[in-house]
Design a protein. Structure first.
Length: 323
């Protein structure tokens, strides 16, 4: 009887103990769950940071790619649509303008802003300003702060030219006019997006577009201090090799080790004035090439039906370099 009574009195104590242990276990589980939630939160936060950085890198890569293509086209004298992105920023325009002398450096930020807000290519605007204002030295530029010849009709340009409180205002006014009337399909003066199309109504000089194009090339060259670095840029995951004075053995090794469809450049002497490049082009060449001109193989040929013939031509050329 005593043993039975003892067990009966022990049951509540045991139940209390087990309940206490369950509470402790529940508290431990809650702590573990809180820690797991905290770790998940940290992981989510880190993933957000990584995603944000990836997005920033993606934006930078896109900017560099646009900048590269703009530079190549401008230096080659190709017409660049005036409603395209340039990839150039205020520091680029300021760098070029300072090297050119004149009085235009102060409008560099306005050129970048005008491209962002009005969608007019900043390099095109920079070149029009140089051409129309005589690099900031014309009477209209100095006395009316009008860098683009707005209102300066041939019959009396000095009197009729619009007056602005600051040169930057003429940048924004011109960008707005171009965006609204010249680059808008419903605009009064729309004939297309190229400088030649704009020339139809913007200027009486039939060579205006060509002169602006030359100014674009000049500004692009002066804006980029190390063009070889810009030309060697390729997006992540795309192999690209750029070299000055690469010897033939190195060129042959690079060719042997790389897939012919890869994006890379091998050259002894790259002159961007004479050899415009774009991502995907393969160039092998140097001083010993025919006439000293590097041989270019466009990306379209490398990826097209002529791939086998192109490979054979490159191999033959490389072998001929050392024969």
């Amino acid at each position: 009887m005593k043993a039975k009574y003892f067990l009966l009195t022990l049951l509540p104590v045991l139940a209390l103990y087990l309940h206490h242990q369950a509470d402790l276990r529940g508290q431990e589980i809650a702590v573990y769950q809180a820690e797991i939630a905290r770790l998940h939160g940290e992981i989510d936060a880190r993933e957000m940071v990584i995603a944000s950085r990836d997005a920033q890198i993606g934006e930078l890569e896109e900017l560099l790619n646009i900048r590269q293509q703009t530079y190549i086209a401008a230096v080659a004298g190709e017409e660049i649509p005036a409603n395209s992105a340039s990839g150039f920023v205020a520091a680029d325009f300021e760098n070029a303008y300072e090297k050119m002398g004149g009085n235009l450096s102060s409008i560099a930020p306005a050129l970048e802003q005008a491209e962002q807000e009005q969608g007019v290519n900043g390099l095109f605007l920079a070149a029009v300003a140089v051409h129309e204002s005589g690099n900031g030295t014309s009477w209209i530029a100095r006395n009316k702060r009008n860098l683009f010849g707005l209102g300066a009709y041939d019959r009396d340009p000095r009197r009729l030219a619009y007056t602005f409180d600051a040169p930057e205002e003429s940048v924004f006014a011109t960008a707005s006019l171009l965006s609204r009337e010249y680059l808008n399909r419903s605009g009064r003066y729309y004939h297309g997006e190229t400088p030649s199309a704009i020339n139809t109504r913007y200027a009486s000089d039939p060579l205006w577009a060509a002169k602006v194009g030359r100014a674009m090339g000049q500004i692009a060259k002066l804006a980029i201090d190390e063009p070889e670095l810009l030309l060697s840029y390729a997006p992540r995951g795309v192999p690209r090799v750029f070299g000055n004075s690469i010897d033939i053995a190195t060129a042959r090794r690079l060719f042997a080790e790389a897939d012919i469809t890869a994006h890379f450049v091998v050259t002894d002497n790259l002159n961007p004035d004479n050899l415009p490049l774009k991502p995907g082009d393969l160039v092998v060449g140097g001083a010993q090439a025919a006439g000293g001109v590097p041989q270019a193989f466009p990306a379209e040929r490398l990826a097209g039906e002529d791939r086998a013939g192109t490979e054979a031509a490159i191999k033959a050329w490389l072998e001929g370099m050392t024969s």
